[in-house]
Design a protein around this ligand. Structure first.
Ligand code: G3H
Ligand code: 13P
Ligand code: ZN
Length: 343
């Protein structure tokens, strides 16, 4: 089947009460790992690419790899989503290329680190919604700002400085008409999220529940949701790496989020850790090897294992065959009709 709309996937997930992992990719092996995990667990999937991924892959390589994925895994509903679009233009160029979903992250200015004004965020997100919905494409927006800056994206600090305000979230949804809302509840991107297992003082699940109560029909998105498992840290450190002790978002907290309106869960770091650990192990144990396939195959397998585990934990496993895809053209009609109803 062709690439599908993220709105359809999230609507289905909401009907049945599960979450869908959105996994970042930059190359062929990462796409293969996700698609194999999806086939093994019979999961619908969201594959997402950041601006960095688009530039690393010259855009076209990535897009055509995704077309290959839809050809080779026709039974898997697959979304291609732009992660953290930093401007209206970036979102438009992704849509023109064939992405079926985009994130306009207007919570930050185009530099990816300076928190923006509410008015700027509304205006940029609204503009993307108009352009995207006219083409059947889904839009995710963000209100509140993530902490950290490890991957060049975030406002710095602990992540508690710009936790989402529920009143603003309601106003933002009303003014933009977006499909999915990313909220800030104390997480940040990368491996160094928390210095101990997070409790309510640093991971604001109560805030998430409050927002869900106020916006029960809005699909919520959790960014910075890697769990940074100790076993993956240990493999890297055992084979010559040097990660400092760190904690991510416990899977039980994500599952609590899924019970409270979270439909999309962003995971990149856990897969980066799995890949790097597997490569380090091969190079450390067999330093005579130099064929990239000798370490890329175990790396792909290690990522597949993490992704399949998350698919099961998030509840999307077993749901790939639940529905027939709605075309982007039909989604265009859906948006046009819901706009008429809204007026
Ligand atoms: O935005 C966060 C994702 O982990 C992507 O990171 O911008 O380094 O590709 P990136
Ligand atoms: P992690 O760094 O926790 O994997 O978060 C990824 C993310 O939010 C991508 O947008
Ligand atoms: Zn993110």
């Amino acid at each position: 089947m062709p690439l599908v709309s993220m709105r359809q996937l999230l609507d289905e997930a909401s009907k049945r009460g599960y979450g869908v992992g959105a996994f970042n990719v930059n190359n062929m092996e990462q796409i293969q790992a996700i698609m194999e995990a999806a086939r093994e667990t019979q999961s619908p999937v969201i594959v997402q690419a950041s601006r960095g991924a688009r530039s690393y892959s010259q855009d076209k390589f990535l897009y055509h790899l995704m077309l290959a994925a839809t050809e080779l895994y026709p039974e898997i509903p697959t979304v291609l989503h732009l992660d953290h679009g930093n401007s209206v233009e970036t979102c438009k160029s992704a849509i023109e290329l064939g992405f079926t979903s985009v994130m306009m992250d207007g919570s930050l200015m185009p530099d990816g680190k300076t928190p923006s004004s509410f008015e700027y965020n509304v205006q940029a997100t609204r503009e993307v919604v108009e352009y995207a919905h006219a083409r059947g494409v889904t839009v995710e927006g963000e209100i509140g700002v993530l902490g950290g800056i490890e991957d060049g994206h975030g406002a710095g600090g602990t992540g508690l400085e710009h936790v989402t305000d529920p009143d603003q979230a309601v106003e933002f949804v009303e003014k933009t008409g977006l499909d999915a809302l990313a909220i800030a509840i104390g997480t940040s991107h990368g491996a160094y999220k928390f210095t101990k297992k997070p409790d309510g003082s640093v991971l604001k699940m109560d805030r998430l529940m409050e927002i869900h109560k106020r916006l029960p029909n809005v699909h919520l998105v959790m960014h910075g949701s890697s769990s940074v498992p100790k076993d993956l840290q240990d493999i890297i450190n055992k084979y010559g790496g040097s990660l400092k002790p760190t904690w991510g978002v416990p899977v039980e907290e994500i599952q609590l989020g899924i019970k409270n309106g979270v439909r999309k869960i962003n995971v990149d770091t856990d897969n980066r850790l799995a890949i790097t650990g597997a490569i380090r192990k091969v190079l450390f144990e067999t330093p005579e090897k130099f064929d990239p396939r000798d370490y890329m195959k175990p790396a792909r397998e290690a990522m597949k294992k993490v992704v399949a585990e998350r698919m099961t934990q998030f509840g999307q496993a077993g749901h790939a065959g639940d529905y027939a895809p709605i075309s982007l053209k039909e989604m265009t009609k859906f948006y046009a009709e819901s706009a008429v109803v809204a007026k």
